[in-house]
Design a protein around this ligand. Sequence first.
Ligand code: NAG
Ligand code: NAG
Length: 220
Amino acid sequence: MAGAWRCTLVVVTLMCVCLWGSTEAVGGARSRPRPQRRHPKKPKVNPIDVTPTAQNINIQQMTGIWYLLNTASKCSHLMNHGTKVEPTVVNFSLASDQILSVSTKTRLNHQCWEILQHYYLTPTPGRLTLKGARPELNTDIVIGETDYNSMAILYYQKRGKITMKLYGRSVDNLSEPMLTKFEQLTEKQDLGLAYIFPFPTYSHCGEVDRDHVINCVPTC
Ligand SMILES: *[C@@H]1O[C@H](CO)[C@@H](O)[C@H](O)[C@H]1NC(C)=O
Ligand SMILES: CC(=O)N[C@H]1CO[C@H](CO)[C@@H](O)[C@@H]1O
């Protein structure tokens, strides 16, 4: 995840694109005007199917600190740089009854960055939306499974591609059964072992300089 961001804050856009090397075309493709279609085709994307494990999520209990322990993804950035993932810690807090505010701290080029995002709650408990520049760039997020005090498995779906993340309340929470569970669930999404990237469980960022606080969306 650490590598896969697309940043929107103008001031830092250049820096971000450099640092986080978007896998999508950031420059040319966006500025070139596209011919307007009158009936744009909706992309055929099936909502994430986590039915067998779906639980009635209490979002309030999800708040607080979570350490990213594992990511499963076919995202090209991870595939290319998966061995260089950086320690990543998130802080969920409820900004309103509609918005889960998400702060992600991670390191790049030996510096700590804090990335701020809003996940919008949907009428379905445990399902949230991270808005993209256009609706088809939205990320659908599902809290698939959690016990609130040790682990959480989240699904992120953007443009039909699924990324799964295993978080722990502490870096010591990663138990063998939990890992097995995660691997079973990733396999169901066609994300085998080759697509699972463990994250470092040490050297997480603490305080972050104010000028290192940015707004980004993940590219996958
Ligand atoms: C998490 O975010 C909340 C809300 O912004 C803040 O009050 C809290 O101090 C944060 N926790 C940590 C450990 O940074
Ligand atoms: C199940 C379990 O061991 N949960 C622990 C995970 O880590 C947090 C933070 O250290 C503990 O509070 C939990 O009890």
